[in-house]
Design a protein around this ligand. Structure first.
Ligand code: OOB
Length: 525
């Protein structure tokens, strides 16, 4: 957490307003907050439902500080669940719908979760089967609960609810994209997170007339607060939920719900653009004012197609769940919007661009991005050892991104120094996948690297050294193996090369980082 003097300064500067996220709900307000298919939930009803669910959770013994793993797709229930937990001061741990037993099992165990809230069946997968790895967590299901607790049965009388959390308290744990063997958890407070959502809503010019389409998973930081669902609730606008982000689902929703702003990752932008360009007669997408694109680098050619094809502005968003978010601004010249990843939210976001020895590079040159500020964490949750590497002694977060800062203060992302694959915005930690591969009886050694991909930006390529005498390793077999281990589908390697040995790097050392770099170099020819 922030040193006291720094926290005082953020309060004095008005960034931290001393409110909790729950204050975004508006009792008695009949305007629609959330649209989920034919269900419409008003601000007032959401407030009431969140309180009655908080009472239900409290009845199960869930209390302040408890962790609750939440894995819900874009459903109206998501809102009552998170606001109920916020009210209690219990901490949601935000899993993604794509996570499977490997991830959910780890989140439940690592956070010692008291409950796991999920759905019945989504995209053909029965999430109730994950109960097997939920350890001691009570399993609560939105939809058909099977043998578990039905979310809908939990609502109770909120009269005797205990006092809620303080604004400086933790609000939830968000997942890090990660570059380590096990995913790290990001502790965000009410004060810091509300600031980023509120400031983002201003930057994106949200008003009570804004209609935000949540196409990406609601629990991701982009959808949650950049400006996302919390930014919209702050502005008093309306959130429309898309169950999945494919053009056939989202384009009709944009037309019928008169959506004004939405957020996508670059491959989705491309998919939507191609779908709209190929559609006759065209749907009426005239309500759309802003298409936000982030999570991975957007090519300027794709960016340039947004205005002519969709008839709206493109906004580049370069953010991270650890904090710092950069936006191009709505009135920015085309050159800026097409070629940069934006500038920070806050005048008090501190940006350092340094070389390998943490020395500042000359202005305008590429280097490692370090950052500190009023909504960037000072450490991962319960990860003291890793924090010593991931943060500088004076509290800067090492983003792992390589950037340059233009004279106008806008950032351009030039690459990455972390051992991560950014597969169309979905982050994969090389080491995490390698560790799973190393448990395979036929695998002696494994290295996972990113390879460039026209559509996704990057895909995963795994190099494997087989164990002598083992059955031949094939991509389908390894993929099947990883799926059986319960790894999320997006982490399962796209390509495989079996090699006799790994190249010895220049210094004769085989650090995994150098090995990955060497393999990537071979791969790229
Ligand atoms: C967002 O958050 P995360 O935590 O899933 O991933 C953060 C990482 C960044 O460190 C960077 O490596 C990459 O994703 N990234 C981008 C980018 N936006 C994110 N790289 C290049 N260009 C961009 N525009 O991805 C996230 C969080 C909040 C808002 C938007 C994205």
């Amino acid at each position: 957490m922030w040193p006291d003097d720094v926290a005082d300064r953020y309060r004095k500067l008005g960034y931290w307003t001393g409110q909790t996220i729950g204050t975004l709900l508006r009792p008695g307000d009949d305007r629609i907050a959330v649209v989920d298919g034919d269900r419409e939930v008003s601000y007032g009803r959401l407030h009431d439902r969140a309180l009655s669910l908080a009472a239900g959770f409290a009845g199960l013994g869930i209390t302040k500080g408890d962790r609750v793993v939440v894995q819900l797709p874009n459903l109206a229930e998501y809102f009552e669940v998170i606001f109920a937990l916020f009210r209690l001061g219990a901490l949601p741990v935000f899993a993604l719908p794509a996570h499977r037993s490997a991830e959910i099992g780890y989140f439940c165990a690592h956070t010692e979760a008291v409950a796991f809230v999920t759905t019945d069946v989504h995209e053909g997968f029965d999430h109730r089967t994950l109960a097997a790895v939920a350890a001691d967590a009570r399993v609560i299901v939105a939809g058909d609960p099977g043998e578990h607790t039905a979310l809908s049965d939990l609502h109770g009388d909120p009269a005797g609810l205990p006092p809620g959390p303080a604004p400086g308290d933790l609000a939830f744990l968000q997942l890090s994209g990660g570059s380590t063997g096990l995913p790290k958890l990001i502790p965000r407070t009410h004060d810091d997170y509300l600031y980023s959502a509120r400031a983002s809503a201003e930057i994106c010019e949200l008003t009570a007339d804004s209609v935000y389409l949540a196409a990406l998973p609601v629990a991701h930081n982009f959808t949650m607060s950049s400006p996302g669902i919390l930014g919209v609730l702050h502005a008093g606008g309306r959130i429309v939920l898309a169950r999945r982000p494919d053009p056939a689902t989202v384009l009709p929703l944009i037309a019928t719900e008169r959506v004004t702003i939405t957020a996508v990752v670059p491959p989705l932008a491309l998919l939507w653009l191609d779908a709209v360009a190929g559609t006759t007669p065209r749907l009426d997408l005239s309500s759309l004012r802003v298409l936000q694109v982030g999570g991975a680098k957007l090519g300027s050619t794709v960016a340039a197609r947004v205005q002519p094809v969709l008839g709206c502005q493109v906004q580049q968003v370069f953010g991270m769940a650890e904090g710092l978010v950069n936006y191009t601004r709505l009135g920015d010249p085309e050159e800026v919007v097409l070629n940069t990843q934006g500038r920070p939210i806050s005048p008090d976001d501190e940006i350092l661009v340094v070389d390998d020895e943490d020395r500042p590079v000359p202005p305008g040159e590429v280097g490692h991005l370090l950052t500190r500020g009023p909504y960037t964490i000072r450490g991962y949750w319960r990860a003291e050892e890793h924090n010593r590497e991931a943060f500088t002694p004076d509290g800067f977060y090492r983003t792992g991104d390589l950037v340059r800062v233009r004279p106008d203060g806008y950032l351009v992302v030039e690459g990455r120094a972390k051992d991560q694959i950014n597969r169309g915005g979905e982050k994969i930690a090389a080491e995490e996948v390698e560790n799973h591969l190393l448990t395979h009886p036929g695998v002696h050694d494994a290295a996972v690297v990113a390879v460039p991909d026209e559509y996704l930006g990057e895909r995963t390529h795994v190099f494997v050294v087989p164990r002598a005498g083992a059955e031949p390793l094939t991509l389908p077999r390894l993929r099947g193996y990883l799926r059986e281990r319960g790894l999320a589908a997006y982490k399962i390697p796209d390509r495989l090369t079996v090699v006799g040995a790994f190249p010895i790097t220049g210094v004769g050392k085989t650090s995994r980082r150098e090995l990955r770099a060497a393999l990537r170099a071979i791969q790229e020819g």
